[in-house]
Design a protein around this ligand. Structure first.
Ligand SMILES: [Mg+2]
Length: 236
């Protein structure tokens, strides 16, 4: 069913919305896990890698839940828990960067993403991405995707450095960064708690239902799409 909205911008979740959850969990996460020790040993002295490791070390120092004998073991423990850690996500993004450039990785996107991006942009709607994956990792998925380079369609990227995805303040900050009132922005995700947070900030929240997504309890009241082709956006 088509959901028609008048908006100035659309903000899209990645995992479970534009990319299959299986790509993230079965391809990206194992790729980084398999290379973690060697990567840290070989590249730990580089500024970006060192910054990610420093963020992880600070998180570990304050962590009352996860104990690990060293920083690499700690990173691995966070990977196992899929914790939305900014330091871990930065580290993973740096590892994936190498994989994409070496053509060992290619971003897997749903087939409807490219055509929808083109249609929305042609209509004058700004497109942005918001994911727990680092901004660098988001850029890579879209730039090196199995549908070609879609990164030119995206005007802005947001990650957990803006705030957690289940907090309304994060969506208010995104609206401010886009220079728009929240009411003129649509947010699309597969996770109800994220939609609740976006709606609490005043955005128009839309649920993405994709194969392999976690089931969502009915009665949530959000408009639902099975494909981005079902989201008809016109500028407001
Ligand atoms: Mg998601």
């Amino acid at each position: 069913m088509t959901v028609a909205l008048a908006v100035a911008a659309v903000v899209l979740d990645v995992e479970g919305t534009t990319a299959p959850i299986a790509f993230v969990h079965d391809v990206l996460f194992p790729y980084a896990a398999a290379r973690l020790d060697a990567f840290v040993a070989a590249r730990g002295g580089e500024p970006e890698v060192a910054a990610a490791l420093a963020a992880l070390a600070a998180e570990r120092a304050a962590d009352r839940e996860v104990e690990a004998p060293d920083l690499v073991a700690y990173a691995r423990a966070l990977m196992d828990r899929d914790r939305k850690s900014t330091g871990l996500k930065a580290l993973q993004g740096l590892m994936w960067h190498d994989g994409y450039l070496a053509a060992q990785l290619r971003g897997e996107l749903y087939a409807d993403v490219g055509p929808a991006f083109a249609a929305w942009r042609a209509a004058g709607v700004t497109i942005a991405s918001y994911s727990s994956g680092s901004i660098a990792a988001q850029r890579l998925i879209y730039a090196h995707s199995d549908r070609g380079d879609l990164s030119a369609h995206l005007a802005a990227y947001f990650d957990t450095t803006t705030g957690p995805k289940r907090e309304a303040a994060s969506y208010a900050a995104i609206a401010a960064a886009l220079g728009l009132p929240p009411a003129r922005i649509a947010f699309v995700s597969d996770v109800l708690a994220e939609l609740d947070a976006a709606a609490a900030a005043g955005m128009m929240a839309v649920l993405a239902v994709r194969p392999g997504n976690a089931p969502v309890a009915p009665g949530h009241g959000y408009p639902t799409i099975a494909s981005l082709a079902d989201l008809a956006l016109r500028p407001a």
